[in-house]
Design a protein around this ligand. Structure first.
Ligand SMILES: CC(C)(COP(=O)(O)OP(=O)(O)OC[C@H]1O[C@@H](n2cnc3c(N)ncnc32)[C@H](O)[C@@H]1OP(=O)(O)O)[C@@H](O)C(=O)NCCC(=O)NCCS
Length: 133
């Protein structure tokens, strides 16, 4: 297994991993805008020749965020998500990031178990959002 930075030829495979993992697929235009900042924080895991996992990190200069982590169902419980997050954490640390946040739905028990295993603890904050239309 190899962790590396996302490149555009990966897009269809990454979208397929998100879709099969039940995650919303980031449209190309949205991704292009994200990649104008910290492209080195958008990572894929290759298992053989296939893209088996993906994670998107961001850093705003104060906090890091981990977004859209997903591993293809046929490649789970082999440490791929842990390796993706480990590499992302190293890259965030190298940028001077002191704390990393992420969002996980409260009914995603597998996701919560995974994050707690890696030392990410739940906070009581409620997510608020507004579309900039
Ligand atoms: C959550 C997810 C990313 C884990 O990917 P993975 O590559 O299978 O994870 P790892 O192999 O690195 O797991 C590391 C540890 O996390 C825990 N863990 C992972 N999946 C788990 C599950 N389904 N149930 C309970 N614990 C789990 C285990 O302790 C595991 O270690 P072990 O296999 O030695 O027991 C994957 O199941 C997935 O893509 N789920 C759908 C999308 C999602 O929920 N994303 C994360 C929420 S934001």
């Amino acid at each position: 297994m190899r962790i590396r930075q996302f490149a555009w030829p990966d897009y269809d495979a990454v979208a397929a991993v998100w879709a099969t993992a039940g995650r919303e697929v980031v449209p190309r235009a949205e991704l292009a805008a994200k990649l104008t900042r910290d492209p080195e924080l958008f990572l894929v895991a290759e298992d053989g020749l296939a893209v088996a996992g993906v994670v998107m990190g961001t850093y705003d200069g104060r906090r890091g965020w981990i977004l859209r982590l997903a591993v293809h169902p046929g490649h789970r419980r082999r440490g791929i998500a842990s390796a993706l997050v480990g590499e992302l954490e190293q890259r965030l640390k190298a940028l001077g990031c002191p704390r990393v946040n992420l969002l996980v739905l409260p009914d995603n028990t597998a996701g919560l178990r995974f994050w707690q295993e890696l030392g990410y603890l739940p906070m009581p904050d409620v997510l608020c959002t507004k579309a900039m239309t």
